[in-house]
Design a protein around this ligand. Sequence first.
Ligand code: CP
Length: 305
Amino acid sequence: MRHLMNPLDFSVEELDQLFDLANDIERNRDKYAHACAGKKLATCFYEPSTRTRLSFESAMLSLGGSVLGFSDAQSSSATKGESVSDTIRIISCYADICAMRHPKEGAPLVAAEKSSIPVINAGDGGHQHPTQTLTDLLTIRTLKGRLDQLTIGLCGDLKFGRTVHSLINALSRYEGMRFIFISPDELRIPDYITEMLKDKNIPYEEVIRLEDKMPELDILYMTRVQKERFFNEEDYIRLKDFYILNRKKMQLAPKDMLVLHPLPRVNEISVDVDDDPRAVYFKQAQYGVYVRMALILTLLNIHVD
Ligand code: CP
């Protein structure tokens, strides 16, 4: 039995197979429509979500399976003091696979250790968000045609943004990557990530101004300032609109640069960018369904001919 806690749990070769499967699912939806008949997915979300929870549910329903779960810790027995370890033992009696989001870093890992079904980390605190990373990688691979030889700018809240941490880890395994970290000082990328890049001799820069770096980018990965991780509301208010990507700034970017965003967006991308063909964040959300379908099939060891 396999779990997914971190994007690095899959080798580069396994990820290639997963993305090939996701692309096949996109082209041949009918072929997979009953692949999970009789199987159940539990979504245990102790933190709010729109995309991750609903795309998991959409993925399982599109595979002919069923879904159950909770979308709020307040409606679960966590409010009575039940531990994550006990909860997953119970969920293991009710479902075949579980996607779990939790505000505490490492909680899905604790669950996986006690689980008798595959557990997928659907986001743990400011730590990791591996299925968002699978979504991001599939989007880049499909629309750019490659996952190597890319200059990627990551902009916004690089301190608390778990999607950013997961994505850098995953992309650091591909050849010819160059990272440009664009953030205010207070939201800089954590040192453990820059240390990892130094150890691997992967080039990176840290800058404050987005406009200066736009012409160099193959990918611009925008992120929202993570209000829920701030201790002090004044700091959040001061930083929340630090970057706003708009149509004027997009004129500085190469014609084939892609703009990704894990969403939800707040103000960091103006709606006037949405019609730009380089803005692919809504397509990205659709790829999230295909890759989660591929992941469910892979973890349940279901093969479709
Ligand atoms: N991208 C993402 O994780 O969105 P949700 O918080 O809505 O799941």
